[in-house]
Write a protein of this length. Structure first.
Lengths: 355, 304
């Protein structure tokens, strides 16, 4: 019995049928609730054991925006972007540098955070346009290498230009608007999770609209066979470019939200590990299906949660456990590609792979 | 430190990168995959070498041979278990598999071998050439004194030996000629009666042997830890693509370009930014992919 069936008649009938509309409704509800929690003196007290759930949950919704953008690029258009973290990082750093007040090292201009967030999305999109214009004509595996190298270059630039980007310390003193509004830690945690979760739901609604439209059909046609798509008169490069820039802009948004939630950005948050995590989440769930990629990501992030609890009972050190978790994650990737190339919830026919 | 000294360092770096890059590019040319787990093969070789030299203990040349055999066996076993079954799926699934395998291997090595660094116990003789005059241009000294250690000579000498043996292998033996034929056109090679799976296996073994040797040489130069190979994989990959993926001779040229660029940018970059030297190598890679994607000696990698 689904949730809709259990609601009193009237309401159940009025719930939207469409995935995108439902996500829109859910997102609006979550954001509204977050704002109510933050802006009014209403406070919640959360049991201490649940903190870890909220932390991982918040990272999950932030990575959720990333995986939806990546799925637009890879799942729908077939672009193998292995440097997705660079757009996340650039969004985060732009927001941090524009909005930070008196950072310890690096630049902090102290502009309002909303201006900074918009700028973060735009800068990430611009970088996406530059990388796209130069690399999208490369063959799949070389596009992966070019994007990966881009990410590594930016990573070492962030580490090495200490006066500008704060080196390994990163940029401190980024405003945390939700925390300032809410006051206490518990309420902030819940409000942040709800707010960013709401944004993720909005993102879900937008990409669903986009990919359900004829436009999305062209993207999938490019993934299936670019030559055929071009021969029916579609300018495939333009479509690939747009898809790449949309994905980059979404990653920039995720980076900006992360900066405003975390209060600081540093190179350590933007390693190749982020790219690997969202790729594995996407492939595990099933590329080109928005709900599946989020579910896949949830499984991978759930492992992270599991390992924190298993630590208490297992007789191994935290460090050894981290290694074991990464071995498991690596083997999951290998197994998925070999035995379920379309992912757990993906459609093999849709993706054109044999399973 | 003068420019001449940095050129020596660049040649040493280029030499061990070249040995690994040849293996990497052979896999690319014949199995048609970018193997991200290749850095872990290098680590395995380095660890086998350091254990053989330290725990058993064996003399260094014998330990290097043991490492090469170990690398070859590891490479073949991993290929049989993970890559051969999905050979037909195309470059992207194989690339992703190698990323997963690399992640798992790296952490398995970390778990079993620990995080600490190990060292080869070598006796170093240093040869100094202080006769060269200084030739300063601005803050950069274009000549200056040079020293070469026996370790440098071992690394460069092994690389040259590898190039000669490899050239002989690829041009004088049936297996080598079959490898080149398969790199050119697999179907035609099969029509001529070449056992393509056997050739593929021999490429895996050869690549593993080269990775093992490169691992030992990196270990002699620096140290051996669970991230030895991973920290070099992007340079190896850049060198192979720079040279034109699939071409061993191109990979050699690409490696020395990468080695020299990394070493020279250390010399020319202001202090505190020397960490950017690896980024310079990637910058060259991206520029090459944009301007001449086929690399120094290779094939077309652009679609449209």
């Amino acid at each position: 019995m689904s949730l809709a069936d259990r609601l009193p008649a009237g309401i159940g009938d009025r719930l939207p049928e469409d995935d995108g509309d439902r996500a829109l409704l859910l997102g609006g509800f979550a954001v509204a609730l977050a704002l109510v929690l933050a802006a009014t003196p209403v406070a919640v007290a959360l049991p201490g054991e649940l903190f870890v759930f909220f932390e991982v949950g918040t990272m999950f919704v932030i990575y959720g925006i990333l995986v939806l953008g990546l799925d637009l690029q890879y799942g729908h258009t077939g672009l193998v972007n292995f440097g997705h973290v660079v757009f996340f990082a650039v969004g985060g750093y732009t927001v941090a540098m524009l909005s930070a007040q008196n950072p310890f090292v690096g630049i902090g201009l102290g502009y309002p955070w909303l201006v900074a967030l918009v700028a973060g999305v735009l800068v990430a999109a611009l970088l996406g346009a530059i990388v796209g214009a130069t690399s999208l004509r490369l063959r799949d595996d070389f596009l992966a290498v070019a994007t990966l190298a881009t990410a590594e270059i930016f990573h070492s630039v962030f580490v090495n230009f200490r006066e500008v980007f704060g080196g390994n310390t990163g940029i401190l003193g980024v405003p945390t608007p939700l925390a300032d509004l809410a006051g206490d830690t518990d309420t902030t945690m819940l409000a942040t999770l709800l707010f960013i979760g709401g944004v993720t739901a909005f993102t879900f609604a937008v990409v669903t609209r986009l990919t359900d439209s004829p436009y999305g059909r062209v993207l999938r046609a490019i993934r299936a066979d670019e030559l055929v798509t071009r021969s029916v008169g579609k300018s495939t490069f333009t479509y690939k470019m747009q898809s790449f820039v949309y994905g980059a802009a979404l990653a920039g948004l995720a980076g900006g939200l992360f900066a405003l939630y975390n209060g600081t950005v540093a190179p350590g948050y933007f390693t190749i590990q982020v790219t690997v995590t969202i790729w594995i989440g996407m492939l595990l769930g099933g590329a080109s299906n928005h709900r599946a990629v989020l579910a896949g990501l949830a499984v991978i992030m759930g492992l992270r949660l599991l390992s924190r609890f298993a630590l208490d009972v297992a007789p191994v050190s935290a460090d050894a456990f981290a290694s074991i978790r990464l071995i498991v994650v690596g083997m999951i990737l290998v197994a998925v590609i070999r035995y379920r190339p379309a992912g757990i919830w993906g459609d093999p026919k849709e993706l054109g792979v044999d399973s | 430190m003068g420019l001449a000294q940095n050129i020596v360092f660049g040649l040493v770096t280029g030499s061990y990168i070249a040995i690994a890059a040849i293996g990497f590019t052979l896999i690319y040319g014949i199995v048609n995959m970018i193997n991200f787990a290749y850095g872990e093969y290098v680590t395995v070789g380095a660890l086998v070498g350091v254990l053989a030299a330290g725990a058993l203990p064996l003399p260094l040349p014998v330990a290097a041979l043991v490492a090469m055999v170990g690398g070859g066996i590891a490479s073949l076993v991993l290929a049989r278990a993970f890559f051969t079954p999905i050979n037909h799926t195309g470059p992207v699934p194989m690339l992703l598999t190698s990323i997963g395998l690399g992640l798992a291997l790296r952490n398995a090595i970390r778990l079993t071998a620990g995080q600490g660094s190990r060292y080869f116990d070598t006796e170093t003789t240093t040869f100094r050439f202080d006769g060269l005059p200084d030739l300063s241009v601005g803050s950069v000294d274009l000549l200056g004194g040079v020293f070469v250690t026996s370790e440098h000579l071992i690394v460069i000498g092994s690389a040259v030996a590898v190039f000669v043996i490899l050239h002989a292998l690829l041009t004088r033996t049936d297996v080598g000629i079959a490898m080149r034929a398969m790199g050119d056109d697999e179907d035609l090679a099969r029509v001529r009666g070449i056992d393509t799976q056997m050739i593929r296996d021999s490429v895996w073994v050869l690549a593993g042997v080269l990775a093992g040797l490169a691992g030992v040489l990196i270990g002699i130069q620096t140290s051996v830890s669970s991230t030895t190979g991973f920290s070099h994989i992007l340079q190896i990959l850049s060198a192979a693509i720079l040279g034109g993926a699939g071409s061993p001779y191109g990979a050699i040229a690409g490696s020395y370009v990468i080695g020299l660029v990394v070493a020279l940018s250390v010399a020319f970059l202001p202090t505190g930014m020397t960490g950017l030297s690896t980024a310079m190598a990637f910058l060259i890679l991206i520029v090459v992919l944009l301007v001449k994607p086929s690399g120094i000696a290779g094939q077309e990698v652009r679609e449209a």
